[in-house]
Ligand binder design. Structure first.
Ligand code: 4AD
Ligand code: MG
Length: 434
């Protein structure tokens, strides 16, 4: 006789009437009148396994009665259709093998503090809420890359160990690098992306990025994942057109494919449904006006903090672009406006509902002399950027791109209070464990 097939719980409905093998962990159990009801999870879902004293041997029945939460087990049983069951099916157990009887599980149904849960992040990931968030995260990444792939972008990844900064020298993580001195963990793949865009026209990179951010806020990680498209011959408006189509596609894909997860997170779907082009576009100067009218004036020339972003975005029902920032509050590579050089062709995208900046980007300087001038102004060593300057020597063209922070996007779409839940193992100024 062939052994029963190993089946994942999310596919059980295709096996009604058959005997299957499930491999998973015990989620919860209860007993009543000579029957044990085990809720078993395998990562794809949860199913109720019914153990009837009359259908299994006494040892198995007894074992199931004492099994602690999260014990690992393999069970064999018949799949029955049951309208009242969560996934529409139930399994009647014939045999049960316990691989490991778990120690008392630290995460119980009672409320735990955030620090306790963060210390047990390696176990917390097993809970339904974290499952929902990680599934949304995976869908955000899938949807984002699928959108760009379908438009003919080429994925060209950037290095993580680099000799120079992209986004200012104050947030660099350093590491010793053999005889070559100091290497830095990348803050953004952008500079290498620009080389790739000159090679392939339309590219994107995706990977972890690092910022030694001294900020302890609900929006800052020290390690986060960024997806960065870069396009030759694209200007500021073209970048905003690309980004609004991109963000809308991501949100609509999550709504379509992760409905169950958003429901579990009790996410209000109405604001997400409205995320469709066109997104409002306001200038930095107009944003300052909004702040002034809201009684939170800010001097011209400074970048917005989280509080300002929340006030600005609260005036709009979908993500809003803020463009034409003062040069002084942006990075060295930003292309100045031709008619007003004090501002640059940069635009940030602010998410609604107080989630702040999810995208930063803009048009890059393509003129060699101007870029050399800017490097000097920002006190950056010209020698390290030789290769980057070369891109302005061999077929320079206007070009633009942006970076979307995956965790900020996930926090917004899931409606999370804090970015720490949007990444499997968060790295924060005060957390490196687990
Ligand atoms: O605005 P940023 O710094 O832009 C860049 O790095 C550009 N070089 C990208 C490009 O044009 N290719 O970062 C981009 C996005 C932010 O909008 C935000 O979503 C996210 O990265 N981000 C962070 N996310 C979590 N924690 C942090 N400390 C973050 N810093 C930036
Ligand atoms: Mg930014």
């Amino acid at each position: 006789m062939t052994p029963p097939p190993w089946v994942f719980i999310d596919l059980l409905t295709q096996y009604v009437g058959q005997t299957v093998e499930l491999r998973g962990w015990l989620y919860t159990r209860r007993s009543s009148g000579g029957i044990h009801f085990l809720l078993v999870r395998d990562g794809t879902g949860v199913v109720q396994a019914v153990i009837n004293a009359k259908e299994v041997d006494a040892a198995t029945f007894d074992r199931a009665d004492h099994l602690p939460q999260e014990s690992s087990l393999i069970l064999t049983g018949a799949v029955r259709s049951d309208k009242r069951a969560p996934g529409g099916v139930e399994v009647t157990v014939r045999a049960l093998v316990v691989l490991q009887e778990a120690d008392p599980y630290p995460i119980t149904p009672k409320e735990h503090g955030v620090e306790f849960l963060m210390d047990h992040r390696h176990l917390w990931l097993r809970s339904p809420r974290q499952h929902a968030i990680m599934r949304v995260r995976a869908e955000v990444i899938r949807a984002a890359t699928a959108y760009l792939d379908a438009q003919g972008f080429l994925r060209v990844d950037a290095p993580i160990l680099t000799p120079a900064s992209v986004e200012g020298t104050t947030t660099l993580f350093e590491t010793a690098y053999f005889d070559l001195g100091t290497a830095y963990l990348t803050q953004s793949g952008q500079l290498y992306n620009e080389a790739a865009a000159m090679a392939f026209g339309r590219v994107y990179c995706y990977g972890p990025t690092f910022r030694a951010e001294k900020s302890k806020t609900r929006r800052h990680l020290t390690e986060f994942w960024m997806l960065e498209p870069e396009v030759a011959y694209l200007d500021l408006d073209g970048y905003m057109d690309l980004a609004e189509g991109f963000v809308s596609a991501i949100v609509q894909d999550v709504l379509r494919n992760r409905e169950r997860e958003l429901a579990l997170l009790e996410r209000d779907l109405a604001p997400l449904r409205g995320v469709k082009p066109p997104f409002p576009r306001i200038s930095y100067d107009e944003a300052l006006e909004i702040l002034k009218r809201a009684g939170k004036p800010m001097p011209w020339g400074e970048d917005f903090g989280g509080d300002e972003e929340t006030v600005i975005s609260s005036h709009f029902d979908r993500p809003v672009f803020v463009h034409h920032y003062p040069a002084a509050c942006k990075a060295f590579y930003m292309q100045p406006d031709a008619t007003r050089p004090a501002v640059v062709l940069a635009a940030d995208l602010l998410a609604p509902e107080g989630y702040g900046e999810i995208i930063g980007g803009g048009q890059r300087i393509h003129d060699l002399a101007l870029l050399e001038h800017r490097l000097a102004e920002y006190g950056l060593p010209r020698d390290i950027y030789r290769w980057y300057l070369d891109l302005r020597r061999y077929g320079a063209v206007p070009h633009s791109g942006f970076g979307i922070g995956i965790e900020r996007t996930v926090a917004w779409i899931c409606g999370l209070d804090h970015i720490r839940e949007a990444i499997p193992f968060p790295r924060l100024i005060n957390r490196l464990y687990p």
